[in-house]
Design a protein around this ligand. Structure first.
Ligand SMILES: *Cc1c(COP(=O)(O)O)cnc(C)c1O
Length: 368
């Protein structure tokens, strides 16, 4: 198998979206509704390994109805963002970290591992081509969605697929809170479980979401914005929220301790989570990866020892949690408003991502 970088075959679109239409989309992109002019595809087969890397016009795929992913969900994905920097250039937040996680997800789903250099190069090739789709500034971004799925045709289940397609698509993304930060309400799900020990909870795979929609719908029926998942065995330990990790602030001010549920194998190791552990610690806070129960949470809010709770992930960066609803009662987090530490961490992280603040960690990957 070759170790030299894969050559990309570049076919620019002959019908790109007009400048005027693109500007209209960028004025109000929302999330995940509009896609750029191009996409990347790379194939893998048992015989040839990774090959046939292309940048081509964005468009539909043609799949045999017996394609394995449609039946057995052998699929993984990633999510990361390219931001317009203060100097007008474009940079992607921690793409190597996403590349590493993509390899871990691939191992869990018995799929081939894409070299991290190829993962990053695929993103560079697409962002370079569709640079005009990176919104001008502020909290807007170009959301990148790398994914891979089984393309082998056949219904047999005695072995993982012997053919895969890796792709990257891109979608302009608006500021998550265009009218100011609004805390979310959460529903503690005791009926449904997202991930069990030994399962796929720490892999970024579509199947986890397929199994989660029913609980998210239940949260909405309960009048909440988001579901919070508890552990599968005792229904007691807090794991994560919908598609975001959770943080708890104990105490207030400079002495506040900032903790997040430990990685048990059942929750997704978020790159935003990891980045915030670093930033919070460098701001002088003590940090920790802990076990926290729903009872600890409720008691901490009741006696004031937990002052703030927030969720974090690529799409929304940081979202305050304002209230909790469960079968055992409802309560408010702090005064129900975004707390000072939540807002400070959000400003620090977004500052690095948009190039408004120095990047002491080397997290921003310039696209040239
Ligand atoms: C992607 C994801 C997260 C957040 O990860 P980031 O790398 O911070 O975007 C959290 N939970 C789930 C279930 C996810 O799929």
């Amino acid at each position: 198998m070759t170790t030299s970088p894969l050559p990309f075959d570049i076919t620019p679109s002959d019908h790109p979206v007009s400048d005027a239409d693109r500007e209209a989309v960028l004025a109000n992109p929302g999330f995940g509704q509009y896609f750029t002019d191009h996409m990347v595809t790379i194939r893998w087969t048992e015989d040839q390994g990774w090959h046939d890397a292309r940048l081509q016009p964005y468009g539909p795929l043609s799949l045999d109805p017996a394609t394995k992913v449609l039946h057995y969900s052998q699929e993984i994905f990633e999510g990361l963002k390219a931001y317009r920097q203060a100097d007008g250039s474009v940079a992607v937040f921690r793409p190597e970290a996403n590349g590493e996680r993509f390899q871990r997800s691939a191992r869990r789903l018995a799929m081939p591992e894409l070299p991290i250099e190829t993962f990053v190069e695929a993103i560079d090739v697409l962002v370079r081509q569709d640079e005009a789709w990176v919104p001008p500034s502020g909290e807007q971004s170009l959301y990148l969605r790398p994914f891979m799925f089984a393309t082998e045709v056949g219904l047999g289940i005695n072995h993982p697929a012997n053919e895969y397609l890796f792709m990257v698509i891109a979608s302009p993304s608006g500021a998550y809170f265009p009218r100011g930060i609004k805390p979310v309400s959460v529903w503690l799900s005791k009926e449904y479980v997202r991930a069990a020990p030994g399962g796929t909870g720490d892999a970024k795979t579509g199947g986890n979401y397929a199994a989660a929609f029913v609980a998210q719908a239940e949260a909405v029926r309960q009048g909440c914005d988001q579901v919070v998942w508890l552990d599968a065995v005792e229904h007691r330990w807090v794991e994560e929220m919908g598609g975001m990790n959770l943080y708890f602030v104990r105490g207030t001010g400079e002495d506040a301790e900032i903790v997040t549920p430990q990685l048990t194998g059942a929750l997704l190791p978020g790159i935003t989570r990891d980045s915030l552990l670093r930033i919070a610690s460098d701001l002088g806070h003590s940090t920790g990866e802990v076990k926290i129960s729903t009872e600890d949470w409720r008691q901490g809010n009741a006696d004031g020892t937990i002052s703030e709770v927030f969720a974090c992930g690529t799409a929304a960066v940081i979202t305050p949690v304002g209230s909790v609803r469960s079968n055992d009662g409802d309560w408010t987090v702090g005064d129900g408003q975004p707390g000072p530490i939540t807002q400070r961490l959000r400003a620090e992280l977004l500052g690095i991502q948009t190039g408004q603040r120095p990047d002491p960690y080397g997290w921003m990957h310039p696209v040239r």
